[in-house]
Ligand binder design. Sequence first.
Ligand code: NOJ
Ligand code: CA
Length: 733
Amino acid sequence: MTQKPEHFQTKKNALKRIAVPKCSPMNQSFLTGVFTLLLCALSGCQNALEADALTLNSPEQTHRIDIYLDEAGRPGYRVLRKGNPVIDSSGLGFEFKNQPALLNGMRWVESELFSEDETWEMPWGEQREVRNHYNGARIVLEEQEPPGRRLILNFRAYEDGIAFRYEFPEQEGTDSLLITAEKSEFKLTGDHMSWWIPGDWDIYEHLYNTTRVSEINALSKQDHPNLASTYIPENAVNTPVTMRSDEGVHLSFHEADLTDYAGMTLKVDPDKLMLSSALVGSDRMDYKVGRALPFHTPWRTIQIADRAGDLIESRLIENLNEPNKLGDVSWFTPMKYVGIWWEMHLGIATWDYGMTMDESGRWVDTGKAHGKHGATTENTRRYIDFAAANNIKGVLVEGWNTGWERWIGFEDREGVFDFVTPYPDYDIEALAAYGREKGVEIIMHHETSATPRTYEQQLDTAFALMNDLGMHSVKTGYVGKIIPKGEYHHGQWMVNHYRNVLETASKYQVAINAHEPIKATGLRRTYPNAISREGLRGQEFNAWSVEGGNPPEHLPIVAFTRMLAGPIDFTPGIFDIGLKQKPGNQINTTLAQQLALYVVIYSPIQMACDLPENYEGQPAFEFIREVGVDWEQSKVLSGEVGDFVAIAREERETGNWFVGAITDEGSRDLEIDFSFLPEGVRFQATVYQDGPQAHYMENPTDIDIEKSTIDRNSKINYHLAAGGGLAISLIRE
Ligand code: NOJ
Ligand code: CA
């Protein structure tokens, strides 16, 4: 329900407010056009007042957005937090193919203010209830000159940030638009410290950089021999990109509800300290987005917080998406899973079986099986048994279907993978039945090798097979350059492909965990079968001998950047930190940190990714057996971007709590104040802490495990080793 509450200012009042800013002197660079209007406001020239600016405050007045047309008739906005500018005057608008730009020369037709306060429930998530509380504005603009095209701005002011998007209504004489550039600007108020990855059109699997905005040079990040696809055309960053001002305000820029549009990177002007939207394109088109009217763009979002941890607690991105369209999705249950996976990355087993393609393109067994195939019936049974014995509900099986002999490094990959035909040594039906008997579901795997057309031809049959076999989740993959050539993973064409997969899957009660995905933009609210995704350098990089694996600061950065977008299939849980099969490689964390990741990194599916034999006889494995995956509530206890983070989460149904904390290469002492626990309840705690000799390089597996009783009055100091962590299970007495 939307209504116009009394506390909203009329446009006139709004202007008066701008004219008399409370705590902030009017910023020097705030556009002169607005100044003219303000002077008008003070001197009472009402006509000018009737147009061209308004102020929107968040419900508790933390954020204020000034929206205006400047002297040239270009729309713009600025944002203040607690009276201080955090985004300076920034322009808005578009350029099109075969049409003049919509930038300058607009007039203000009308505006509307409204507010919303609703609470919705996540079917699975970091918390059960989410409050969506904001004040909104809708401003209709029109070209002053013929043909008088209209552009509508939508703004929302929340306590945890702001957002805006554009709406293109039906227009006379135009039924579609070809956008060549979106000109949304974000003018920063200082040279903030920033945590960024390059604006790659094809992949997000980059190490994060920590630099001032003036030092961002994404073009210097071109050299990635390990990435099967990468394309960084300009000095832009991908989102979410997180920043901290010298005054300690945190800002994270991203987008929400990315629907039928190109993904947005942010071009960086290091001199002007300006970010501007740079949409991902396609070499097949001379525009970035093609749409029929009417339509609206995704939301451009800025999460804003004093405390870094509040960025993680913010649900702004999900709030900006439409409510659940799928209804009951209880056919998917959050779960831990193991899988035939790490053994391939370690080189012990292979995805392929050793088949040959005949002239008609069929895969045939010509007796060339090499005997290293991982996805065999026998091996899968072993994993199912292991899962069943350890409170693990899923087994992922990669390499079960034909086509792997030709999946990477081939120009012509279309028509190669088949998503219904198992290799001869994999009895898909018997295994599904065996899993059912043991209370374990097999997780399907569809590596498309970046051939979406091949996949789309088979979607219905592939999902129907899953449905028949009682399989409700699939890990998809898009390794390589997209075919058709000229498309990129993050362009409009692929955005639509990923959505098609999600929607088709939902009809068969199938949930998607996409690797090499399009970034998460909160669509899990609308489509709760979007359970998790990769979209970062995951655990696998630690097995590949590249750049020394992920450094210890990687995850303390990821928690405040990539994780703000949505759930991450990072695949934690390596116990053989030294990787005996890969001499010279290791995981750059302690064992205690591997445990902590089950709490710190959120996903409704969490892999225990090491080989079952590496868990045998390990007391620390008890934590993985016990830890929850679906949460009633989550609290970020403390943290600083790139340094450390500590999170506590309450499991749904049981009321048990779990705490996870991780640190970068610096060791540190951390006091945990347990006052988040409920009144009057005592908890049996098991603490998994770095041992006195622990260090991610020298002694990663030194771990102390202790039991005690903890309640809300407890305050305890813990020591985290370099690259270390802390995991605590708190089971209700
Ligand atoms: C890359 C994925 O990230 C990885 O998890 C998977 O094993 C391979 N592709 C094969 O699909
Ligand atoms: Ca990957």
